[in-house]
Design a binder for this molecule. Sequence first.
Ligand code: PLP
Length: 388
Amino acid sequence: MQYLLNTYARFDVQFEKGMSATLWDKNGENYIDFTSGIGVVSVGHGNERLANVICSQAKNIIHISNLYRIEPQEKLAEEIVKKSGIEGGIFFCNSGAEANETALKIARKYGEVNGEIKRYKVITLENSFHGRTISTLKATGQPKFHQYFGPFPDGFTYAKDIADIYNKIDDKTVAVMIELIQGEGGVNPFDKEEIQNLAKFLKEKNILLIVDEVQTGIYRTGEFLASNLYEIKPDIVTMAKGLGGGVPIGAVLTTHTDVLKPGDHGSTFGGNYLATAAALEVVKILDEEKRNGKLADTIEYFENKLLEIAKEYPEMFESVSGYGLMRALRAKTPEIRDEVVKKAFENKLLILKAGTHSVRFLPPLTITKDEIDEGFERLKITLNSLEK
Ligand SMILES: *Cc1c(COP(=O)(O)O)cnc(C)c1O
């Protein structure tokens, strides 16, 4: 590790093998993975179908650049548009931050070419998370991330909550960018009606609604997009984490297909054969899980286990939040939360932190009931060991 920059407080473990939601370390000890690499490994570790597609694609063409047509890229774009029910076009990139950068560029250009004065301001929310590049960091409404890295690009305004967005709009506002369920912020879903009213209002005012679905997208909430769950059709949706099942890929879907022209934006790696062939298979696998009812079953099973924990340990937890397999237990204090995550690891259960008080759960969407049972068994052992 000595040649790596010290940007992560890592657990001292090296995993060697993975299968579904189970990981094995070098000593052959098994761990239950309720993190899926932060919502990425949506079809589980060692997924044979995904591995086969990656393998055969790698033996043929991995990459040719976007100077030429790429068949799986075109197919994946079609799948995303059709599954989302949002009529539009797609730009592919390699990460969530890049997808959000793209969304911001589309909004900026839209604000430049539509209307008398240039509109460029983007309103985002406090407690949001949109990425680590300079502008997505500025879009992220958490001051703790901003220290050291200024000066930042102009044009970002923070609203306290959805209601406060209306107060922050002025004649330079071109877009509002939000998560529907704030992930890193603590797994906080917004109210459906409030979001629908906002979407309607913004449409009337010709202000773009950008929904950051980097964490919520690709069946994480049980629907293809959280936007489908909220029954809205945003102007721009960004996706990344779960889309490639671990192969890096980001995507931007927009209904404003005429804004970006050749030369306005690009990405060397974005949408290459390997990544889009992989993502196409991921979407196919998860679509099947959705259609045959397994995804809904798993979600219900997992949710009931969480509700049980909240009921059995009221001195530690206040509530369960989230949708689908993007969930959290809200701890009474940050100290309890930190202790639970740390001790869970000692009991060979991988879980995540989010916000200040939340224990976050983002298991693979294909996790088995046995793995869920085993994971919650380990969670109970952990909680019992912490009870005074
Ligand atoms: C993880 C995340 C990002 C950043 O994605 P990267 O791939 O790490 O750049 C942006 N927005 C949301 C909502 C996220 O959860």
